[in-house]
Design a binder for this molecule. Structure first.
Ligand code: SF4
Ligand code: MG
Length: 320
């Protein structure tokens, strides 16, 4: 899948001519019932990937398939029935909920779009959804500003679940929340997944956030996937230097060992997806870079069962 955006005026990099390669040649599958964690710094193309899968934007190349069906170029009308099956939870519960709408109106909006329930049925369903996310049916007539950040995100989750989706794309659902409530929201998502048999694409910029909820994890860098593995492979046997750097920033569960962890500080500027470096896109910041890294793009190869890495010199590194 490729998603390239023509640069328009007002965009971050508008003065440079070119195309922002937000996502460039991704190839992965999300398996039914799993959580795939998608991790990378801002600008790596994670949100764009999520939006392309939900067909909130149309990829410029490649295909997006859902349940065996090519949905890459479906019209808005043809996508409508599928909107029930693929839902999104957004990063910022402060801006993703219309402040002038009641909780009832917000949560019922996808149901009304789907349009096959009576008013009474919608009301009951919304009450059930609010209970499911740890709120109360009495909250129906209240407005978003009356709720805390964590509660607002619960409202966003209730809205996403209204139509019994199969796939939920959660785009940094806890990044804007207080650290103290993040675990609660992640746990809620985990519980809902088991109860409802959901499939998640869970986007985060931090490997620690997706650790407990993910079955598999993909690490993105400048629009490409550099490493993909199951949870154990990613956290215990990471192979890509960029993954090593990300993991070195994650606090060690056992603080007594913290002093043993060597923090890898990435050199160079944060990446911009405009005209990314040639060959290995990570090479300007990689301490292991050799000549071949500047001339030949490493392909994402499976080098252990279920463990793929795009690096000419993949290597395990002891991370405590
Ligand atoms: Fe570093 Fe080379 Fe591997 Fe890229 S291919 S991550 S530059 S060692
Ligand atoms: Mg984002």
């Amino acid at each position: 899948m490729k998603v390239h955006f023509p640069v328009t005026s007002g965009a971050l990099v508008a003065r440079q001519a070119g195309v922002v390669r937000a996502v460039d040649g991704l190839n992965f599958t999300i398996r039914a019932g799993e959580t795939l964690g998608l991790v990378g710094e801002s600008g790596s193309g994670k949100s764009t990937t999520g939006r392309a899968i939900a067909r909130l934007l149309e990829p410029t190349g490649g295909t997006v398939e859902f349940a065996g069906r090519d949905i890459t170029h479906l019209s808005a009308r043809a996508m409508r029935p599928l909107r029930r099956d693929i839902q999104m939870i957004f990063q910022d519960p402060y801006t993703s909920l219309n402040p002038r709408h009641t909780v009832g109106a917000i949560v019922s909006a996808p149901l009304k779009l789907a349009g096959n329930l009576s008013r009474g049925e919608v009301r009951n369903r919304v009450g059930d959804l609010l209970e499911m996310v740890g709120l109360s049916p009495e909250h129906l007539n209240r407005y978003p500003h009356e709720f805390s950040g964590g509660q607002r995100q619960r409202i966003g989750i209730a809205r996403a679940l209204a139509t019994h989706p199969q796939l939920v794309i959660a785009d940094e659902p806890v990044s804007a929340l207080d650290v103290s409530v993040r675990a609660q929201v992640v746990n809620l998502l985990g519980d809902l997944q088991s109860t409802l048999g959901l499939t998640y694409l869970f986007i985060a910029h931090d490997l620690s956030v997706v650790r407990h909820i993910s079955d598999r994890v993909a690490v993105m860098y400048l629009g490409t996937i550099v490493e993909m593995a199951d949870r154990t492979g990613m956290y215990e046997h990471p192979l890509h230097p960029y993954t090593h750097a990300l993991l070195s920033a994650v606090p060690v569960p056992d603080p007594a060992k913290q002093h043993r962890r060597e923090r890898i500080l990435l050199r160079g500027d944060p990446p911009t997806p405009l005209n990314p470096p040639r060959a290995c896109r990570f090479h300007p910041r990689c301490w292991k870079a050799q000549d071949i890294c500047r001339t030949e793009e490493p392909r994402l190869l499976e080098i252990q069962p279920g463990h793929q890495v795009a690096c000419h010199f993949p290597e395990e590194r002891e991370l405590v």
